[in-house]
Design a binder for this molecule. Structure first.
Ligand SMILES: Nc1nc2c(ncn2[C@@H]2O[C@H](COP(=O)(O)OP(=O)(O)OP(=O)(O)O)[C@@H](O)[C@H]2O)c(=O)[nH]1
Length: 501
């Protein structure tokens, strides 16, 4: 490389400055060092012009490329259904890749299932240990917690121990050998804040070829095969039915699914997203072929505050105790630092969560905590996950970094909302402003839709339209129709903005 070729480049618009014997002048494009020798000056100019051309070509190439790229960000609190939506997009646009991934998800399915079994047994322990004064159930006969039931559960547990002992090795494979945070409550990975994984697939696909993973998965498969009938017996046991019905034990939806159906389906698999994962897929439309980049952001919280600093919280700040939650500031910082121009933002709000509070995923696994939670809700009925979703949405809407993004709101988990209402759960107990409205699905759905629309209307300084859909992400047929509509909406706007077509 010649001396001239190493001429440092300057950013446009800088003030004049002098470095060594060379003068650097302010220019709208590039600065060329001043030489006394006209030939050296001409050579310097030529090199500078060549570099200018290169930069322009690169900028034009990037612009052309970005016109053919659609960037969609999925946001929402933990467990709102973002990763499931991403899989639905994949199913719609690149179903063959989802099929290829299926074997890689086996280990996650097994880990989900074993976790659900362990959780049920732990909760039964807790129930059995409660004093009879507090819970005056029968100690004899055929009650859900009598001595007979306890002995039956002890026997089932004994048969399930080989299976439960495999949970650690499966989770260790999933976390690539990194140990887990706190008690083994879920497939929680230690937080790697700001992690931005660029990958066409989820990292779990990398596990498929690891020998350890293959061994751990096949061992778990064998033990599961031998214990399926025990799991089914546990699931049908009167103590478990009682736990779910009367004590309203909330397991991950995926855990419930695996326990009740013992089936394998990629859409039901729950693997908590940590950081931001980019998935890319090729989408063919009448206007040509586009690359869709979908950014799946792990459960987002407005702000992360250490518990001991609560006294000095800024207004609106919240405490997060879940290690895998990403503060919104981190997400925004990531967008800023990677100069990410988001075309569309799909926000997921699980409207079934009206009776849950934030970080409920932490609490849900323990009956003890559930009792405390109910008490907490009675004292502060407005602090629930719907409220958090509303706040998160309005905070995102008002951020300048995302002002050009098209906004789509998916009010998700309508199937669970329906079930809760049918089971008689009263919304007004958790959201006082619901008042005396009928406690049925259509009224509730419309109530939530109106609230989200009104909040957005009030808080979006850029006055964008908010497109709203009700979704049940596990209903493939219905979601595929919504995906097609949403995709069409995003593409139309992108094409109109970039002038392609
Ligand atoms: N019943 C039901 N379950 C759903 C629905 N949407 C998602 N789920 C389940 O809810 C669980 C959480 O869904 P995810 O897609 O992993 O949620 P997420 O928002 O990506 O969660 P994080 O990784 O914590 O950010 C999974 O077990 C899904 O199968 C829905 O509409 N109905």
């Amino acid at each position: 490389m010649t001396e001239l070729a190493r001429i440092p480049r300057r950013l446009p618009g800088r003030t004049r400055t002098t470095v060594g014997s060379r003068k650097w002048s302010s220019s709208s494009t590039l600065s060329v060092p001043q030489f006394h020798d006209p030939r050296a000056q001409a050579a310097a100019q030529k090199v500078s012009d060549l570099i200018d051309e290169d930069i322009k070509r690169e900028a034009a190439r990037r612009q052309a490329e970005s016109r053919k790229e659609v960037k969609v960000m999925l946001l929402g609190q933990a467990e709102s259904g973002k990763s499931t939506l991403q899989k639905q997009f994949q199913l719609y646009h690149a179903s063959h890749t989802l099929e290829l991934e299926r074997p890689s998800w086996t280990i996650v399915v097994y880990a989900n299932l074993i976790k659900a079994v362990r959780t049920v047994l732990e909760e039964l322990d807790y129930e059995f240990s409660l004093s009879l004064d507090e819970y005056p159930w029968t100690s004899e006969g055929s009650g859900p917690t009598d001595a007979g039931a306890q002995n039956e559960i002890i026997e089932l547990r004994r048969n399930l121990l080989p299976l439960i002992s495999l949970e650690g090795s499966l989770l260790s494979e999933l976390s690539e050998g990194v140990s887990f945070v706190g008690h083994r409550r879920g497939t929680l990975f230690p937080p790697r804040k700001g992690m931005f994984t660029r990958s066409g697939r989820r990292p779990v696909t990398d596990l498929r070829d690891s020998t350890n993973t293959i061994v751990a998965t096949s061992r778990a498969g064998q033990v599961l095969g031998m214990t399926v009938h025990v799991i089914e017996a546990l699931w049908r046991h009167r103590s478990v039915e009682h736990l779910l019905r009367v004590r309203k034990l909330r397991l991950d939806e995926s855990g419930l699914f695996f326990l009740s159906q013992l089936a394998d389906d990629v859409l039901h698999v729950r693997l908590q997203t940590v950081g931001v994962i980019e998935h890319s897929m090729k989408v063919n439309t009448v206007g040509g072929s586009y690359i869709w980049r979908i950014y799946d952001v792990g459960g987002t919280v407005i702000a992360e505050v250490q518990p001991d600093s609560e006294a000095n919280d800024p207004p609106g700040a919240r405490t997060s105790t879940t290690a895998s939650h990403i503060p919104l500031t981190d997400v925004l910082q990531l967008i800023r630092s990677s100069a990410l121009l988001v075309n569309a933002l799909i926000f997921l709000a699980p409207i079934s969560a009206f009776d849950q509070v934030k970080s409920d995923d932490d609490r849900s696994m323990s009956m003890q905590l559930t009792h405390r939670l109910i008490k907490y809700l009675e004292e502060d009925p407005l602090t629930n996950r719907i409220h958090d979703s509303l706040e998160l949405l309005t905070t995102i809407c008002s951020n300048k970094l995302l002002k050009n993004a098209q906004l789509i709101l998916l009010l998700n988990k309508t199937d669970i909302l329906r079930k809760k209402l049918e089971a008689g759960v009263q919304i007004r107990k958790y959201i006082t402003s619901y008042g005396n409205r009928p406690n049925n699905y259509s009224t509730a759905a419309e109530y939530f839709r109106t609230h989200f629309l009104a909040a957005h209307n009030k808080k979006d300084p850029f006055q964008r339209q908010l497109f709203v859909h009700f979704t049940t992400m596990l209903d493939v047929q219905a979601t595929q129709i919504i995906i097609a509509n949403v995709g069409d909406l995003i593409m139309r706007r992108h094409i109109a903005q970039t002038g392609l077509m």
